[in-house]
Design a protein around this ligand. Structure first.
Ligand code: KIV
Length: 273
């Protein structure tokens, strides 16, 4: 049995819990390796749009495409909790449609869904919860708001903006989310929201005091060609390892050293006569 939403809900650091570790995953090998690394949560993020599919933002993935990636992640049968992003326009039209879309992600293998936005999402969060689907919130720099924000910009930088974010967090908690991502805010905002909430916060560029941290798999492993955000720590250079390995393979094919005798099947005697 994978880690459940109630188990995550209970992971408040101030009550002695260890920090929640979340990483994105978009396919079976990624989920398998991340799970073996001991993460608590795998986020099938709509960041698949820019990280894997080559778009410039997250506005270009559908529920069907997200389900395709959720199925692949779920095939790894991870111990980690799988949370799936509800993509843009999948929870903006009506509560009925939002519940149907959340259910599709659950049937594809997710254990909960995440949606972006603050107070304005109160009713849709309640509607999805009414269908017994756990919901994670996401406030601060919500990438689906890139056009409205005019770019990927740090949020909560003024007193008024910080107060609005605090209000958003409290409304989402009251609506029933089991945890909340806080993205790209000054650390004091991450700290104060974390202190004000009973549900755990998971930060990405929200400072050291949130109840957990999340990073994008490809950023952590050095698999992107985009300039990393300030909050990214790169733990490996897998991109370079891939290029080196493929270039060695190309060279071995070209110089005739691949395949070697040990890499071919034995010729049957009958064919040799
Ligand atoms: O889709 C994603 O990768 C996310 C993280 C940035 C939290 O939502």
């Amino acid at each position: 049995m994978s880690i459940s939403a109630p188990e995550i809900r209970s992971r408040k650091r101030r009550n002695g819990a260890s920090p929640i570790v979340m990483v994105t995953a978009y396919d079976e090998p990624g989920a398998r390796y991340a799970d073996a690394g001991g993460v608590d949560m795998l986020l099938v993020g709509d960041s698949v749009a820019n990280v894997v599919l080559g778009h410039t933002d997250t506005l270009h993935v559908s529920v069907e495409e997200m389900c395709h990636h959720v199925r692949a992640v779920s095939a790894a049968k991870p111990n980690a909790h799988i949370v799936a992003d509800m993509p843009w326009m999948s929870y903006h039209i009506s509560d009925r449609e939002s519940v149907r879309n959340a259910a599709a992600l659950i049937r594809a293998g997710a254990h909960s869904v995440k949606l972006e936005g603050g107070s304005v999402r109160r009713d849709v969060v309640r509607a999805v919860l009414d269908a017994e689907i756990p919901v994670m919130g996401h406030i601060g720099l919500t990438p689906q708001s890139v056009l409205a924000f005019g770019g990927f910009k740090v949020q909560g930088k003024t007193l008024d903006a910080a107060k609005l974010l605090m209000e958003d967090a409290l409304v989402l908690q009251e609506a029933g989310v089991f945890s909340m991502v806080i993205e790209a805010v000054p650390p004091i905002v991450g700290t104060q929201i974390t202190q004000a909430l009973d549900v755990p916060t998971i930060g990405i560029g929200a400072g050291p005091d949130t109840d957990g941290q999340v990073l994008v798999f490809h950023d952590l492993l050095g698999l992107t060609n985009r300039k990393p955000a300030k909050f990214v720590r790169q733990y490996a250079d897998i991109g370079k390892a891939i290029t080196d390995a493929v270039s060695q393979y190309a060279s071995d094919v070209r110089n005739g050293s691949f395949p070697s005798e040990s890499e071919v099947y034995a010729n049957p005697d009958e064919l040799l006569n």
